[in-house]
Structures are given as structure tokens and as C-alpha cells.
Design a protein around this ligand. Structure first.
Ligand code: PBG
Length: 327
């Protein structure tokens, strides 16, 4: 035989050969684990649409954090679920609220774990939108910024290591940067939800955080899934305003966006493997239709291949366990 073609299979001939040419890895160090904190005592409520994920009261959160620490997961992303909601989300910027208490508890007992605070108002407003509304149900941009700044400063004061603003108001990075600097928190980085789409994949999260909009939707502030050039405009604004890291969200239907962001900026990039992406895998796995571990690892490595440095995922504990088993 005297054919001329490439012998790609040479580099796939054994496990050790495949290992030595592998280009991308999911590492324990890449993982950020989201957690929902609720008021009350001895509460660990499973979220019905997210099997294996819970709302925790502070005492039970501590037990969960011990597991996070033993798995050496480097960071958690915290969401607060207050009992009392109002039109302006007052509990978001109350220093004594449940999220701030959770931050203080974690930093006191697990000082080496990075605490990232989600900075948004939708879990705190009675109408479920990400900021106060005008008379027509439209979120007020600049009024929201003032409340977001108060929220971020309160979170930083409680000890948050990173502020992650997610409400998609224009100018939110600049406002929060100035607010943090003004309060003396110039050393606290902003991990901005720079590129956040108005996605149906957030459905289960809204059960988990009790944050579904009571009327309308978020299309007036989150991005249109049909757009990609717009993602670069959002990215550029957040860089100009002082973001230290950028989030692309959701992850899986937006790997092309992560790649474009990676190719057009040099900040660390985070993908958010969101609730709907988690629940779809869980449902199929519970039916025995897919191999959960292989599917999750394939999805996460595809995020790394697209250019992500870090991954926010509800699978973080599973992944840390699987990586440990393999080591
Ligand atoms: C807050 C926020 C949301 C998510 C993260 N932060 C909900 C939303 O924008 O509706 C979704 C996360 C997930 O689905 O896992 N604004």
C-alpha cells in the first residue's frame, strides 16, 4: 500500500499516549460551587427541580462547607433567600441579612475558601425583577445601580472575597467599582456577569432562589440568545468599567461566545454551567439514559476548550470527588 494520508491514530494508540497529548483539563482548582442560603434553623430543603441541590439555613450550611473544604473546592458562589421581600430589595443591603451572615460564618470557619457574592436584587424584590420598577414594570437602570452599590459594599464589609454583579444594568461595574473603592475595598475584585443571556436555562434556579419575575421577563436587560456581536460590546463595556474577571452565562449553548470572548480579551473567563443545564443531565441520568459522570466531564472540558478558566457548576462536589478517585 502506497497511499499518502495522515496517521492521526498514532497519537490515540494507548491511554498513556492519549494522556501525554491531551490539550485541556478540568481541574479541581477551576471549580466554583453555588450555594443557596435561607433563613431559619436546621433547614436543608432539596430543590425539587435540582435533585442533589439544597437551600441551607446557616447551621446546615456549615456542614455542607465542611464537605466543600474536605474536597478542596476553592470557591463558593452564594445566593441569599430572604423571608421578607419588598419593592426595592432592602434585605440585599442589610448588613444583618442572611447572605451577609453566611459570608461572615464561612470566612470565620473556612478562611481559605474564596467567597463570591452574587450581587443582584431579584431574590430580594417582591416582584422578582433585578431592580426597582417604574410605573410600567420596566427596571430602572440608574436607581438600581445605587442599590447594587449598597449591596456590594455590604457584602464586602461582611468579608466577601469577590463581588459578582449579575443584574445586567448598564454601568453596574463602574458604579460598583467606585462604590467599593470609596468604602476602602479597592482590593476586592469584580467578577462581572458581563455576558448574560435571557435564557430559559435559568428555570430551575428561579425555583431554588424563589426569584421568578411575577410579571414580564428579563429580556429588557439580559441579552438576546440570537446575538453574538452584542456579547463583545458587553464585554468591552465591563472591561472599560474595571471588571477583573468576566462571566459568560449560560455555558453550553454559548461555547461559541466563550471562545469569542477568550479571543478578544485577556481577563480570566468564567462559564456558568446553569441550573437548567444541571437539571437536564440529572433527569436523563436518573432515567438511566446517559452516563452522568462521562457526560458532565465532557461538558466541562468543552467549556475549558472554548476558553474558560473557571467553571461555576452545581456538579462541583461530584467533579472534585471523581478527580480525587482518578488521582
Ligand atoms: C440572578 C441570577 C440568576 C442566575 C444567577 N444569578 C437568575 C436570573 O438571572 O434569572 C441563574 C443561575 C442558574 O440558572 O443556575 N439574577
Amino acid at each position: 500500500m502506497n497511499l499518502s494520508f495522515d496517521r492521526h491514530r498514532r497519537l490515540r494508540s494507548s491511554a498513556v499516549m492519549r494522556d501525554i497529548v491531551r490539550e485541556n483539563y478540568v481541574r479541581r482548582e477551576d471549580l466554583i460551587y453555588p450555594l443557596f442560603v435561607t433563613e431559619g434553623h436546621n433547614i436543608k430543603n432539596e430543590i425539587s427541580s435540582m435533585p442533589g441541590q439544597y437551600q441551607f439555613s446557616l447551621d446546615r450550611l456549615e456542614e455542607e462547607m465542611r464537605e466543600v473544604a474536605s474536597l478542596k473546592i476553592p470557591a463558593v458562589l452564594l445566593f441569599g433567600i430572604p423571608d421578607n421581600k419588598d419593592a426595592v430589595g432592602s434585605e440585599a443591603y442589610n448588613d444583618e441579612a442572611v447572605l451577609q451572615s453566611a459570608i461572615r460564618m464561612i470566612k470565620a470557619k473556612f478562611p481559605d475558601i474564596l467567597v463570591i457574592a452574587d450581587t443582584c436584587l431579584c431574590e430580594y424584590t417582591d416582584h422578582g425583577h433585578c431592580g426597582p420598577l417604574d410605573g410600567h414594570g420596566c427596571v430602572l437602570n440608574d436607581e438600581s445601580l445605587e442599590l447594587l452599590v449598597k449591596t456590594a459594599v455590604s457584602q464586602a464589609k461582611a468579608g466577601a472575597d469577590i463581588i459578582a454583579p449579575s443584574n445586567m444594568m448598564d454601568g453596574f461595574v463602574l458604579a460598583i467599582r467606585e462604590g467599593l473603592d470609596g468604602a476602602g475595598y479597592w482590593d476586592i475584585p469584580i467578577m462581572s456577569y458581563a455576558v448574560k443571556y435571557a435564557s430559559a436555562f435559568y428555570g430551575p434556579f428561579r425555583d431554588a432562589a424563589d426569584s421568578a419575575p411575577q410579571s414580564g421577563d428579563r429580556k429588557g436587560y439580559q441579552m438576546d440568545p440570537a446575538n453574538s456581536r452584542e456579547a463583545l460590546r458587553e464585554m468591552n463595556s465591563d472591561i472599560k468599567e474595571g471588571a477583573d474577571m468576566l462571566i459568560v452565562k449560560p455555558a453550553l449553548s454559548y461555547l461559541d461566545i466563550t471562545r469569542q470572548v477568550r479571543d478578544n480579551c485577556d481577563l480570566p473567563i468564567v462559564t456558568y454551567n446553569v441550573s437548567g443545564e444541571y437539571s437536564m443531565v440529572k433527569a436523563a441520568a436518573q432515567n438511566g439514559w446517559i452516563d452522568e459522570k462521562r457526560i458532565v466531564m465532557e461538558q466541562l472540558v468543552s467549556m475549558k476548550r472554548a476558553g474558560a478558566d473557571m467553571i461555576i457548576t452545581y456538579f462541583a462536589k461530584d467533579v472534585a470527588n471523581w478527580l480525587k478517585e482518578e488521582a
